[in-house]
Design a protein around this ligand. Structure first.
Ligand code: SF4
Length: 349
C-alpha cells in the first residue's frame, strides 16, 4: 500500500489523468485531505464510488500508528509516539502557548548527529522519513486538534533527526505545509532547525521560501562544539557562519542561533564573549535554553541567574537574545528529550 501523503499535487493530477478523471478531482481530493482532514477515502463523498474504491485499494491515509500519548502536567504540551510501518519510531509534540499551537515534528527516525546531551542522539539513527511521513505527522495532529476545535498555527522542524540530512523530503514537506490549496500554513510560521550543514544552508537560501532558519550552535569554538556535537568535526563554525552570512545576504532574513546552556561546560563568561565576537555584525537572534535533563547525560542546566548573566553579555554586545522556557520537560518532550522509545517492541534498522 502506498502512502497518499508522498504524492505531490502534480503527481495526484497525473494519477487521476491516468484513470481518465477530470482535472478538478485532484483539487477535490486535496481539499478533502488537507483542509477537511478526512482520514478515509469513504469520507470523500463527492467522488464517484468506483474511483474511491480504486484509490482506496492503492493509497492509504495512515502509514504509522499512535502507540503512546502523554500530556504534560500543566497541559502545555502533548507528546505522541508513533510506530512506522517497518517498526521504527518517530515522535511529535503539540506545544501550546498564548494564542499559538505549535507542532514539533521529526524528519528522521533517530538521529545520526549524536549530540551528547540529546536523548534522540543516544537512541541512534534508523532511517530518513519520507516526505509523506513528515507531512502525515502534521495531518495526524491537525485531525486530533480539530476534535477540540483547535488548529495548527506554527510548525517547528525540531523533533527527531537532522532535517538537512534528509533535505529533499523535508523541503517537499515544507512546500506541502505551505500549499495554499491545502494546509496553508504561512512560511513565516514554519521553522527549520539544523546543526548547520554549510552547503545545505546555501541551498536553502536559494529555495525562495520565507521559512525561519535556526542553527543549533551550542558552543562558541570548534573544540568545545566537537565535544557536544560529534558531527561538528565535519563542519567548522567559521564555515557555518560564512554560509549564514551568505544566507542573510541573499534572503535578507535573520538567522536564529539556538544555544543549549550546560552548567560549567559552555556557559562561562568567556563563552558568552566568544559567542558575541563570532556573531558580531550578523543579522541574527540568539535563543538561550537551559539544558533539559536526560538519563544519558550528567550535565545540568545552569541556575536561572547564570542564564540571565550569559544573555546579558550578548545583549551588551548588541546581539539580540531571548531566554526560552522549555515546555514539556516533565514528559520528556522538550528539546533534546525525544527518545523514540517503543516500549516492549523491537525496531528494525
Ligand atoms: S539535538 Fe537534534 S541534531 Fe542533536 S542529536 Fe538531538 S535530534 Fe539530533
Amino acid at each position: 500500500m502506498k502512502n497518499f501523503f508522498d504524492l505531490q499535487f502534480s503527481e495526484l493530477e497525473a494519477l487521476l489523468e491516468s484513470l481518465s478523471q477530470p482535472r478538478f478531482r485532484a483539487k477535490q481530493i486535496w481539499q478533502a485531505v488537507y483542509c477537511n482532514l478526512v482520514s478515509s477515502w469513504l469520507e470523500i463523498t463527492n467522488l464517484p464510488s468506483q474511483l474511491r474504491e480504486t484509490l482506496q485499494a492503492e493509497y492509504s491515509f495512515s502509514s504509522f500508528s499512535l502507540t503512546e500519548k502523554i500530556n504534560a502536567f500543566d497541559g502545555s504540551s502533548t507528546k505522541f509516539l508513533f510506530e512506522l510501518s517497518d517498526g521504527n519510531a518517530l515522535e511529535a509534540v503539540i506545544l501550546r502557548s498564548d494564542e499559538r499551537i505549535t507542532l514539533c515534528i521529526s524528519t528522521q527516525s533517530g538521529c545520526p548527529v549524536g549530540c551528547v546531551f540529546c536523548a534522540t542522539g543516544k537512541y541512534g539513527f534508523y532511517r530518513n522519513l519520507t516526505s509523506g511521513e513528515i507531512v502525515e505527522q502534521v495531518v495526524a495532529l491537525a485531525r486530533l486538534l480539530k476534535e477540540t476545535g483547535e488548529s495548527v498555527s506554527n510548525i517547528v522542524i525540531m523533533g527527531m533527526g537532522e532535517p538537512m540530512l534528509n533535505y529533499d523530503a523535508t523541503l517537499a514537506a515544507i512546500r506541502r505545509f505551505n500549499d495554499p490549496r491545502g494546509l496553508n500554513i504561512g512560511a513565516r510560521r514554519i521553522t527549520i532547525s539544523t546543526i548547520g550543514i554549510p552547503e545545505k544552508v546555501r541551498q536553502f537560501a536559494t529555495e525562495n521560501l520565507q521559512v525561519n532558519l535556526a542553527i543549533s550552535l551550542h558552543a562558541p569554538n570548534d573544540p568545545l562544539r566537537r565535544e557536544l556535537v560529534p558531527i561538528a568535526q565535519k563542519y567548522m563554525i567559521a564555515s557555518i557562519l560564512s554560509a549564514c552570512r551568505e544566507y542573510v545576504d541573499s534572503t535578507h532574513r535573520r538567522v536564529t542561533f539556538e544555544y543549549v546552556l550546560i552548567d560549567g561546560v559552555n556557559n562561562l563568561p568567556q563563552h558568552a564573549r566568544e559567542l558575541s565576537t563570532l556573531l558580531k555584525g550578523l543579522l541574527c537572534h540568539v535563543n538561550l535554553i537551559g539544558l533539559n535533563p536526560t538519563s544519558h547525560y550528567s550535565g545540568r542546566a545552569p541556575q536561572k541567574q547564570a542564564v540571565r548573566d550569559f544573555g546579558k553579555v550578548l545583549l551588551d554586545h548588541h546581539i539580540p537574545t531571548s531566554i526560552r522556557n522549555s515546555q514539556g520537560s516533565d514528559i520528556q518532550a522538550a528539546c533534546g528529550q525525544l527518545a523514540g522509545k517503543l516500549t516492549g517492541r523491537s525496531r528494525s534498522s
